[in-house]
Design a protein around this ligand. Structure first.
Ligand code: FES
Length: 167
């Protein structure tokens, strides 16, 4: 059996390298995680958000529903309020329309103009839409209001992303 002697200088070098490496890793790992973490997080854009609105409370008259969701933009997390116009059609199916006007993006309102009952109205340039979101010809909007993807959970309406309204 051979004995290897470690000099005092070597022992000190090994110890300092070990402690230094450990401290370096402890400092670098949080920075690395901070830099990479948002890119690794799952994208929540496909999630359905609880609007808090009971399906049983939805009527045939479009009602404005405001709901909140958390949005992650890189390292920045914020709470965003979204809006939908929700009603039940003649068949009892729930319809949830985006309020974003297809002209220049203002917010439309149900019966927002006294002269145009039973329509969505955009106050910015007089854009008009039928109840199902279809844009009325010869008004500024170039397409129908988008539809929200929907789910029902425990009798409550959940909304997802918007999609093209094929009316
Ligand atoms: S933004 Fe709605 S009509 Fe122009």
């Amino acid at each position: 059996m051979s004995s290897q002697k470690v000099s005092r200088r070597q022992f000190l070098n090994y110890t300092l390298m070990g402690v230094g490496g450990f401290m370096g890793a402890a400092m670098v790992m949080p920075m690395l995680r901070f830099a990479v973490d948002p890119a690794l997080k799952a994208n929540a854009s496909g999630d359905f958000i609880n609007t808090g609105l009971k399906i049983s409370e939805i009527t045939e008259t479009p009602t404005r529903v405001d709901y909140k969701l958390k949005v992650q933009d890189g390292w920045y997390e914020a709470e965003e309020t979204r809006t939908a116009w929700v009603y039940k059609d003649e068949g009892g199916d729930v319809v949830a329309l985006s309020p974003v006007c297809k002209h220049l993006g203002c917010t439309v309102n149900w019966e927002g103009d006294e002269k145009h009952k039973n329509e969505f109205y955009c106050p910015c340039h007089g854009g008009r839409y039928e109840k199902n979101g279809k844009n009325i010809p010869n008004t500024p909007p170039i397409g129908p209001l988008d539809l929200y993807d929907m789910q029902e959970k425990d009798g409550v309406l959940y909304l997802g992303n918007t999609k093209t309204n094929e009316v």
